[in-house]
Design a protein around this ligand. Structure first.
Ligand SMILES: [Cu+2]
Length: 191
């Protein structure tokens, strides 16, 4: 056995013993000043970053308001859409101004599960209450965050590598990109 093969075997064993690849937590502040409504932060370029088929999220209708107002999910996630009001809502979902889904939830406590497989920005409306609106952002990565009101965000368990950190303001149609190299351990990313 030559030295190269020995080294390769040793590395393979080390990886197996270590179990998981090194991972980092990205903590940062998105530059959305005092209005972070509609902002989503995500990492582009992470290999093999598929969402599990069992990923779930919820979009509620409470007091004639969609909660949350911006829902970010990875493609493949099933969203449970719920009516928590004692009267009829419907859920009318558009993409590029074309209807994708449209269904009624007439009763309190009623739910409907919808899986989103295609990445993109989806507008959500209730035709019964024109003031109701929300946005579902379907991403081709599970490495994303919706910043807090002050812009702070955390993305966990990111494998080491060089990526693009994207700040997408879906309400204003603004996109800011920043190269980001992630090493094992915490990484700060403010911009
Ligand atoms: Cu409604």
């Amino acid at each position: 056995m030559n030295a190269n093969i020995k080294t390769a075997l040793a590395l393979t064993l080390f990886t197996l013993v270590a179990g998981v690849a090194p991972a980092a937590t990205i903590q940062g502040t998105a530059a959305c000043d005092d209005d972070c409504d509609g902002v989503v932060v995500f990492l582009e370029g992470v290999p093999a970053a598929a969402a599990g088929d069992d990923a779930t999220a919820e979009l509620d209708q409470v007091d004639r308001t969609f909660v949350p107002k911006v829902l970010a999910i990875a493609a493949g996630t099933t969203v449970r859409i719920k009516n928590s009001d004692p009267f009829l809502h419907n859920v009318h979902i558009f993409r590029d101004k074309k209807t994708v889904f449209n269904f009624a939830l007439p009763f309190k406590g009623q739910t409907l599960d919808q899986t989103f497989t295609e990445p993109g920005v989806y507008q959500v409306r209730c035709d019964a209450h024109p003031e109701m609106s929300a946005t579902i952002v379907v991403l081709d990565t599970p490495y994303f965050a919706v910043p807090e009101a002050d812009g702070s965000f955390t993305i966990d368990a990111v494998p080491a590598g060089s990526y693009t950190l994207v700040t997408l303001d879906v309400e204003r149609g603004k996109r800011v990109e920043k190269p980001l190299t992630v090493e094992d351990g915490a990484v700060a990313a403010s911009f």
